[in-house]
Design a protein. Structure first.
Length: 182
């Protein structure tokens, strides 16, 4: 059971005021995911019993890990990273976990590509855990590479622009001065 499902089950067992207090302290994306899962628990008729989580803890220990760069990525960053990838790869990545950027990412895709990805998400058989994990780790590595090269690229662009702007400014001032002194 993933961390969000466990958290939703724990929150489901709290009183409504405690649940709202806890949810209010989370980021918007996390709050939305947990609210969806809690609503699902209500719809399924699962009782709000804190002891349910104790059974889950004993049955399946989950390794704790820090939020990866992929969890904290924006939809725009993911679009830039995956723009040239096939729809099948996007679907595998989106199915791997509940990403905070998933809905916004899909909304930013071209309509044809978005339809292909959504169709694959609905119809394609689940991917093996190993393949999914390998893909996630590779995308995280690409995000890391992109983050390391982006500041240098941005700095080069700014330096080039300011150099051009400074040169243009000097030339413009020289031209204005030349006209006034005639």
């Amino acid at each position: 059971m993933d961390g969000y499902r466990r958290a939703a089950l724990a929150l489901h067992g709290l009183s409504e005021t405690d649940r709202h207090w806890m949810l209010a302290r989370l980021r918007e994306a996390e709050r939305m995911q947990l609210t969806e899962l809690i609503d699902e628990l209500h719809m399924l008729g699962i009782p709000a019993d804190p002891s349910l989580l104790a059974g889950v803890k004993d049955a399946a220990p989950v390794a704790r890990r820090e939020l990866s760069r992929l969890h904290e990525a924006s939809a725009n960053a993911m679009l830039a990273l995956l723009a040239r990838e096939p729809a099948g790869l996007m679907a595998i990545l989106l199915r791997a976990e509940r990403w905070p950027w998933a809905k916004s990412f899909l909304a930013r895709l071209d309509p044809g590509l978005r339809e292909a990805v959504v169709a694959l998400l609905k119809n394609e058989a689940p991917v093996s855990e190993r393949r999914s994990t390998m893909l996630v780790s590779r995308v995280e590595a690409r995000l890391e590479e992109d983050a390391q090269t982006r500041p240098a690229t941005r700095l080069a662009r700014i330096t080039a622009w300011t150099g051009w702007n400074a040169q243009f400014g000097r030339e413009a001032l020289s031209a204005v001065y030349a006209r006034w002194t005639r």
